[in-house]
Structure formats: structure tokens, C-alpha cells
Design a protein around this ligand. Structure first.
Ligand code: ASP
Length: 476
């Protein structure tokens, strides 16, 4: 296996991971992290002139530079200008690196991840935030595991999103919340499964990962800080709520009970909300619960929509607050902001599913699409449809081992080595899924085991990565 190198920028903003004990408790220390990494064999191969990891089992090294905040901070000190600074640093170094890992304190990591996800528009590279609950300076820590995991994912996979990696789980950043003040499983993403998990092998859920944007990357900074969040509690005073909504506030995250319920019998509170929305304040209803979404199942919740509050669906308060700030920073009419709040911009909220969804994993669906294509008479349309759909359909059929479906598409002229939007061929997918019969069929029809996908991996690599000895044997 030839050794190739991924170029990674490691940005240290502060947080426990690089802290040292002091008289007043843990505090970040400039320069410590880089010195420490240089001395650790997992993070630096001493035979290499610059900070470079030893080769991974895919034969890939990660060459990285550490860029440290002039004064690394506890993330409790993070402010809007820090988010902007991080976004600009990524912008400045965007072309020079393949991926970015941001070391950050855990306390406000979910906010920074959410804010960055909006500010980094049309992001085509992997950005991962991580940190730790125990500093690297302590002999037993979670810092090594988290940093190594984040660097490995960033160095090997092209995941064009702002992610957060912690304790073996890669999450979409704007779906995360800190859920444990001390435990090592400090983060969770209540409404979206992890994008990837690491363990004996790495499992990436490609169906969840957003596709690479077509437009060029750009940074749209957050400049508006006229937003607030209020957690409703029994007995809340109307003037307390009114204070939160006073000018210059333009956006409010209203954290309500359960599935979006509010004390709608309190006319004084309802009046405060109505007056604010009439003034143009954008008020978004979010649940206080870590899992689930707001809906109009109860009268106690639906009354809010009558006074102009909008639904935050299953967005976290962190994502809702930063999304409001991001949209309010642009010169948009209030209606447009409300519309965008109710749409997914970066996968931060689930799209409404009022239509029956067909899964690419259903044989009947694959079959009916493939049959429709093959029955089209006009040759121009047919060629166009085949080119667009067959690669995706073949990959989907390969994942579920639909031999009949694959055979039919191949008989109809589908290209066996065509790639889907991740540059993966049907053989990549079948090898990763351990579909030995499918691998055999594809190889018999001339599928190439050596083509690399967008992350540089071949079908053979996939079989090794996912540990499918029967598939590996077929390749041999
Ligand atoms: N207070 C620390 C911070 O957020 C906690 C941590 O890093 O885990 O910076």
C-alpha cells in the first residue's frame, strides 16, 4: 500500500484538553499541547521532519500543523468574536489543508459547532471539534482517544460538515448538546444518530452525511448578538419574559415543556409574546427536552402559533440561537428569516415528512425505478436518466445484496464502475456491507477493485476496514 498524506490543521482554542494544574485550578498553557504531541509516538513519527502521524492501517499519514490561540481560553469565555475568528482562520487556511480539527473546551463546544456550521457556507472539507474532560497532562485521560479519533476521521474521510467528535462518536455539530458535566460520554445528539462511530473499525453512515456543495466555500460571519434564550418554568413572571424581549432583542429561543407546550392559560404571558412578534421579534419554540420535537398536538402548544411564535421542530436551543444570530446578521426581511428558521440549512432540523418516504434500501423501490428507466422509449431522455440514476441505484442495490436487481440493470447497460456522489462504485458499497455474493457478481462483470473513492479508499480497503474476511478472500 502506498503511503499518502492528508494535510490537517489543528487549531487549539483552549479547553481542558491542553490545560495544566495551577494554584487556582486547571488553566490553559500556551505551547504545551504542541510540545506534548511531538513527544507522543501516536501523534508524531520521529523519523519525519514535521509533525506527522505514523501510517494508519490504510497506509495514510496525517501531516499537521498546530495553530494555537494567542491566549488559549476556557470555553466558558467563548464569545461571538471567537466564533468569527475561528471561521476566518479556517477561511484563511482553507486551500492549504484537507481537513480541520478544532480543540475546544467542552462547556460551549455545542454552541461553537452550531455557529460554525452556519457561518461556513458551502463547506466542502471536514471540520471536527473535539476536546476532553480530562487534560492530556494527566496520565489517564480521554484526550488521546478523542484527539486521535478526530484526527483519524478528518484525515481519512471527506465529510463536508462541521462535526463534533467525542468518546467514539462523530456527531453533526449543530445537533449536539453537552449532556454530562463530568462523564466521558459528555455529548449526545438527541435527534440524529451519529454520523460515524469508531471502535475496532470505523463505521460511517454515508446516508446521513451531507453531499459536497457545488458552490465555492465562503464565510458569512455572525455580527448580530441581539438574540436570547429563555427557559419557561412554572410561575414565570410576565415582566421577566418581557425583559428578555425588550429592544434591541430581535430573536428569542423560547424553551418550552415537552412537545412545545406553554402555559397558554396565562394571558399576561401570551400578550407579551404577541406584542413582541408584532414588533418583528422572531420567537422560536424549542423543547427543553434533549430528545424529540415541538408539535401542535396539545392546545397548550398550538396557542403559541396564534400569537406569531414559529416552530423550532427538533432543533437544539444551541442551534436555534446561533441560527437566529446568523440570519439576523444578514440584511433579510423578517418573513424571510422566519421561513429560513423553519427550513433545514445545514441539517440542523429534520425536514417535515408529510409524504411517504421511499428508501433506497427497498428492493421494490429500486426495482420500480430501474424498470421505469428501462421502459423509456426516447433515447435522449433514457441516456440522461441512466447516467444520473444508475450509479446511485446500483450502489443501493449492492448495499442490500439485490443480485437480481443488479443483474437487470447491468443487462440494461448500466456501467458497473459508475460512481455515486461520493465517488464510490457498487463494488465499494458491496465490499463495505460484506455482501460477498454481490462482490462476486460485480467482479465477474469486470468491476475494478482498485478504484479510489473521494476519500482515497478502494473496495479492497473497504473490505479490510469493515473486516469481512469472505470478501477479502474474493479479492485475493
Ligand atoms: N471548562 C472547560 C472548558 O469548557 C471544560 C472542558 O474543556 O471540558 O473550557
Amino acid at each position: 500500500m502506498q503511503t499518502d498524506i492528508a494535510r490537517l490543521l489543528l487549531l487549539y482554542t483552549g479547553g481542558t484538553i491542553g490545560m495544566m494544574p495551577s494554584e487556582r485550578g486547571y488553566t490553559p498553557v500556551s505551547g504545551y499541547l504542541e510540545r506534548q504531541l511531538e513527544a507522543m509516538p501516536q501523534f508524531h513519527d520521529k523519523t519525519m521532519p514535521r509533525l506527522t502521524t505514523p501510517p494508519s492501517r490504510f497506509g495514510k499519514r496525517i501531516r499537521y500543523d498546530v495553530l494555537e490561540y494567542a491566549h488559549p481560553i476556557d470555553s466558558a469565555y467563548m464569545d461571538v468574536q471567537d466564533w468569527v475568528q475561528i471561521a476566518h482562520l479556517i477561511e484563511q487556511h482553507y486551500d492549504a489543508y484537507d481537513a480541520f480539527v478544532i480543540l475546544h473546551g467542552t462547556d460551549t463546544m455545542a454552541y461553537t459547532a452550531s455557529a460554525l456550521s452556519f457561518m461556513l457556507e458551502d463547506l466542502a472539507k471536514t471540520v471536527i471539534l473535539t476536546g476532553s474532560q480530562i487534560p492530556l497532562s494527566q496520565s489517564s485521560n480521554d484526550a488521546i482517544e478523542n484527539l486521535l479519533g478526530a484526527m483519524t476521521l478528518a484525515g481519512h474521510y471527506e465529510i463536508p460538515e462541521v462535526c463534533l467528535f467525542f468518546r467514539g462518536h462523530l456527531y453533526r455539530g449543530n445537533r449536539t448538546q453537552k449532556v454530562d458535566a463530568a462523564g466521558l460520554q459528555a455529548f449526545d445528539s438527541g435527534n440524529l444518530p451519529p454520523l460515524a462511530t469508531t471502535g475496532t473499525h470505523i463505521q460511517v453512515d454515508w446516508d446521513l452525511i451531507r453531499s459536497v456543495p457545488r458552490k465555492p466555500f465562503r464565510v458569512q460571519t455572525i455580527t448580530n448578538r441581539d438574540v436570547a434564550a429563555v427557559r419557561i418554568f412554572p410561575g414565570i413572571r410576565a415582566d421577566a419574559l418581557a425583559n428578555f424581549l425588550k429592544p434591541p432583542i430581535q430573536g428569542l429561543v423560547l424553551e418550552t415543556y415537552g412537545s412545545g407546550n406553554f402555559p397558554a392559560n396565562r394571558l399576561d404571558l401570551m400578550e407579551v409574546l404577541r406584542l413582541a412578534t408584532e414588533r418583528g421579534v422572531v420567537i422560536v419554540n424549542c423543547t427543553q427536552c434533549h430528545k424529540g420535537m415541538v408539535n401542535s398536538d396539545y392546545a397548550a402548544g398550538s396557542a403559541l402559533y396564534d400569537v406569531g411564535v414559529i416552530s423550532g421542530s427538533d432543533m437544539t436551543p444551541e442551534a436555534t440561537l446561533t441560527k437566529l444570530a446568523y440570519l439576523l446578521s444578514q440584511d433579510l426581511p423578517t418573513d424571510e428569516i422566519k421561513q429560513q428558521m423553519q427550513r433545514s440549512l445545514r441539517g440542523e432540523r429534520s425536514e417535515p415528512q408529510n409524504q411517504t418516504r421511499f428508501s433506497f434500501r427497498e428492493r421494490a423501490f429500486l426495482d420500480s425505478v430501474a424498470r421505469t428507466i428501462s421502459s423509456i422509449a426516447s433515447s435522449d431522455d433514457k441516456v440522461h436518466l441512466e447516467r444520473t440514476l444508475y450509479p446511485v441505484l446500483l450502489c443501493a442495490a449492492s448495499e442490500i445484496g439485490d443480485l437480481e436487481g443488479i443483474q437487470r440493470m447491468l443487462d440494461d447497460g448500466a456501467d458497473i464502475n459508475a460512481r455515486d456522489y461520493n465517488g464510490r462504485t457498487p463494488l465499494h458499497v458491496a465490499a463495505a456491507a460484506g455482501q460477498a455474493h454481490t462482490v462476486q457478481l460485480l467482479l465477474q462483470h469486470g468491476a475494478s477493485p482498485l478504484v479510489a473513492d473521494r476519500s482515497g479508499r478502494t473496495p479492497i480497503d473497504e473490505a479490510h476496514l469493515h473486516q469481512h474476511p469472505d470478501v477479502i478472500a474474493l479479492f485475493k
